[in-house]
Design a protein around this ligand. Structure first.
Ligand SMILES: Nc1nc2c(ncn2[C@@H]2O[C@H](COP(=O)(O)OP(=O)(O)OP(=O)(O)O)[C@@H](O)[C@H]2O)c(=O)[nH]1
Ligand SMILES: [Mg+2]
Length: 235
């Protein structure tokens, strides 16, 4: 069997928002039994059928790089994380719907990963300082995921989801809100599953188009002449 193409997706967000729980759900289709702090980064893989059911259908390994979210913006911590940010095809931005700060910090996480974090070390780029122009030429697919939906009382959901819809708009991304401990939220055929599949289609397509190398967005042929008839990405 031919080796499958692999693509890399970063999973970013504050500590405790549920990144590891989400990755486990995406890759193992079940609740993560015993979550503990992620130190450094852990990687799991999901198999994705690009353009399923069409003549262009192709299977990809999606590597989900779950980057531990502890201790925000000290320069040394940032440079440690930076090693995970090279050669990426997409970013899943994860925030906790019960924690406003974790939503605001997504601006900082995305800027850090895309190497546009020009704020002085230790200063968060908050919603108020956010400038959409910083993303004007971004070609990396982004997906915003809100977790702990189960912990928001029914009476508060509208208010919370209206606020987070703006967030997805700022990132020009789709959003999914869910409970990471419940596989039902990603059940086959559900609108969440459709959004997810659309995101992974975009990410898979990007193996043939754009990568981030040391913070610069480049087209693959510019850094690696492709083997005839192959779209094997750079490893
Ligand atoms: N009720 C509920 N609990 C959740 C949800 N997602 C995550 N949790 C819980 O939140 C806690 C933190 O989850 P993790 O997945 O470890 O968070 P993380 O983002 O990987 O944290 P770091 O590894 O420190 O960066 C765990 O106790 C999870 O069970 C959710 O959607 N609903
Ligand atoms: Mg974790």
């Amino acid at each position: 069997m031919a080796a499958l193409d692999r693509v890399k997706v970063l999973v970013l967000g504050d500590s405790g928002v549920g990144k590891s729980s989400l990755v486990h759900l995406l890759c193992q289709n079940q609740m993560l039994g015993n979550p503990s702090w992620t130190v450094g980064c852990s990687v799991d893989v999901r198999i994705h059928d690009y353009k399923e059911g069409t003549p262009e259908e192709k299977t990809y390994y999606i590597e989900l790089w779950d980057v531990g979210g502890s201790v925000g913006s000290a320069t040394s911590v940032k440079s440690t994380r930076a090693v995970f940010y090279n050669l990426l095809n997409g970013i899943i931005l994860v925030h906790d719907l019960t924690n406003k700060k974790s939503s605001q910090n997504l601006y900082r996480w995305s800027l850090e990963a895309l190497n546009r974090d020009v704020a002085p070390a230790g200063v968060l780029v908050t919603n108020g300082d956010y400038d959409r122009e910083q993303f004007a030429d971004n070609q990396i697919p982004l997906l915003v995921i809100g977790t702990k939906l189960d912990q928001i009382p029914e009476t508060k959901r509208n208010e919370v989801l209206t606020r987070t819809a703006f967030l997805a708009e700022d990132f020009n991304a789709e959003e999914i809100n869910l409970d990471c401990t419940n596989p039902r939220y990603l059940a086959a055929g559900s609108s969440n599953a459709v959004k997810l599949s659309r995101f992974f289609d975009k990410v898979s397509f990007s193996t043939d188009s754009v990568w981030v190398v040391l913070g610069e967005q480049v087209r693959l042929p510019e850094i690696l002449p492709k083997a005839q008839g192959s779209s094997e990405p750079l490893k």
